[in-house]
Design a binder for this molecule. Structure first.
Ligand code: TRP
Length: 452
């Protein structure tokens, strides 16, 4: 089945495409609220430690699998070992579960951007605003429909390249803006420096297994690992491009943006709430609660608010497009569904699941699964259960079936694999054991069998 695959051109093509898919709401919205919730500095430390060991190993393995087989995930896992076909299918299902709730958050971002635009900055800076907003039934639903509809239109008409170009130009603007907001907050908000200490200095008494569970889930999510995305990217990668170097670049870039977003949100939240654990642990609403307050305090805050949420919206859109595109092309490749129909199916499923996530905060807020609201449940199911399973099975496949040597050879095609000892040790022993422990703790805690 030797078909000709198009490949990324130039050295930077792969890194840019992978970074484009990596940078999104995960960095700007999800990372800061987890860092605030799970103890600040200790979360940061665990995250970085996991990133240079697990993150690195897993990304190298996935990209190499893709480049070696030149297939997308379902085919790639099957080609390596028939018994592992289901891992590819499981991986391919993950983007379908992420896309709906990702778009609900995308809708919140749109709402906030428009809010700043029409001069509601003042009321958005109020404490109760965000809670009041998401508990309404109609509004959040409408914004969610707009976001997912826009994503579907872009995918349907195949104009994502245009959007991606725009967003790549905008990315530096986002970074500059974040640096500006960080400096502004630190210079003007009382108590922000104590917040910086909370964010950066590890407090080991705040460590729990949940710190590791959430840091690892976040790592998978943020770098789009353990869901076949990197296998697909690898399949388009040329042999003379270094997998090792590209992986380092993507990691540094992705973690850098997440760190900066945390710097922007965590110290400000700490300062506004006086370090109140309830405020720090509020979860998904953190960015939406804190940023309007920061903007409300600053000269020209309304303009900053509009520009900021516009940039975040673009980053979110490129990610949602790539999530939808992944599912659509899986349907096209594997089940020979026509593209238009595939788009409609994905849109339909997204609308259904996203509506559930949206209403979970309002009309259906009494319904919970394992004590979680729907949006949190989908997030937990994908990040803490499905992705660790895919990651674990990928490690087992590489370690015991195809052998790490094969991956090392693939990586070495474009120069010496410097971290190969680390790679072999992590993929054989460290990763499988740790992922298993983490997976078991996540399941047990979800069923209330252990308190962590
Ligand atoms: N990594 C993206 C972010 O940080 C989210 C994401 C997860 C994603 N899986 C993906 C994006 C697959 C594109 C494709 O927001």
């Amino acid at each position: 089945m030797e078909e000709k695959r198009s490949s990324f051109t130039g050295k930077i093509g792969f890194v840019l495409a992978a970074a484009g898919s990596a940078v999104g709401l995960g960095n700007i919205w999800r990372f800061p609220y987890l860092a605030a919730k799970y103890g600040g500095g200790i979360f940061l430390l665990v995250y970085i430690a996991l990133s240079v060991t697990f993150g690195f190993t897993l990304m190298v393995a996935e990209v190499a699998i893709g480049r070696k087989t030149k297939l997308s995930p379902i085919g790639a896992y099957r080609a390596l070992d028939k018994r592992f076909s289901f891992v590819g299918i499981l991986a391919a299902a993950i983007p379908m579960l992420i896309l709906p709730y990702y778009s609900v958050i995308g809708g919140w971002v749109m709402k906030y951007m428009v809010g700043f635009l029409v001069g509601e900055a003042g009321s958005m800076a109020q404490d109760a605003y965000f809670g009041g907003y998401i508990t309404q039934t109609a509004q959040p639903l409408v914004w969610f429909f707009v976001f997912i509809g826009l994503t579907a239109l872009i995918v349907l008409f195949g104009v994502q390249k245009g959007i991606e170009k725009v967003s790549k130009v905008m990315m530096p603007v986002l970074v500059v803006l974040m640096v500006f907001v960080v400096i502004y907050t630190l210079c003007t908000v009382d108590g922000a420096w104590e917040g910086v200490v909370y964010y950066i200095k590890p407090d080991f008494s705040k460590f729990s297994i949940m710190t590791v569970v959430s840091a690892m889930g976040q790592l998978f999510y943020s770098m789009s690992l353990a869901m076949g995305i990197m296998v697909t990217f690898g399949s388009y990668m040329r042999q003379d491009i270094s997998i090792e170097k590209s992986t380092h670049q993507i990691e540094i870039f992705d973690t850098g943006i997440a760190f900066l977003a945390g710097m922007m949100i965590v110290p400000a939240c700490y300062a506004f709430s006086g370090g109140d654990p309830a405020a720090l642990g509020q979860g998904p609403g953190l960015m939406f609660g804190v940023l309007p307050k920061v903007c409300g305090n600053m000269f020209g805050g309304t303009v900053i608010g509009v520009v900021f949420f516009l940039m975040v919206l673009l980053a979110a859109l490129t990610s949602s497009i790539s999530l939808m595109e992944t599912v659509v092309s899986t349907l096209q490749d594997k089940w020979k569904v026509e593209r238009k129909l595939a788009c409609l199916i994905v849109l339909g499923v997204s609308v259904a699941l996203g509506t559930v996530s949206c209403l979970g905060y309002s009309a259906w807020d009494t319904v919970t699964i394992l004590g979680m609201q729907f949006l949190d449940f989908f997030d937990f199911l994908t990040n803490s259960i499905m992705m660790p399973i895919v990651a674990l099975l990928t490690c087992i496949l590489v370690s015991f079936f195809i052998k790490p040597r094969v991956i090392i050879e693939e990586v070495s095609l474009s120069g010496e694999f410097k971290w190969k000892t680390l790679f072999s040790v992590v993929i054989r022993y460290v990763a499988p054991i740790c992922i298993l422990i983490i997976l078991i703790s996540a399941v047990l805690s979800a069923f209330g069998m252990i308190a962590i």
